[in-house]
Design a protein. Structure first.
Length: 91
């Protein structure tokens, strides 16, 4: 099952050989993120903290719809697109 992950942050591209679109496999967003990290192990440090918790400053969208609140357990199917978007904060 082929799922596309789109990286909407140029910072992450340095971990993925400058690619902003990566094809992954999985039945849930969490499985797809794990496959991304398997393909590009150094991206993990930017996505997860030292406890393996997905960092708060990333929003996950599946087919342009927010995956919140079930981000990692949300089911995906062949042809779906997952977008990782950095949350901008400050004042």
């Amino acid at each position: 099952m082929a799922i596309t992950i789109k990286l909407h942050n140029s910072y992450l591209k340095k971990f993925t050989d400058d690619r902003d679109t990566i094809t992954v496999n999985g039945k849930t967003v969490g499985e797809c993120i794990a496959d991304l990290e398997r393909q590009y192990p150094s991206v993990r440090q930017s996505l997860q903290d030292e406890n393996g918790t997905f960092r708060d400053y990333w929003e996950i969208y599946v087919n342009s719809a927010s995956a919140y609140p079930e981000e990692m357990t949300k089911a995906v199917k062949d042809g779906d697109e997952i977008a990782l978007v950095a949350v901008i904060s400050g004042g």
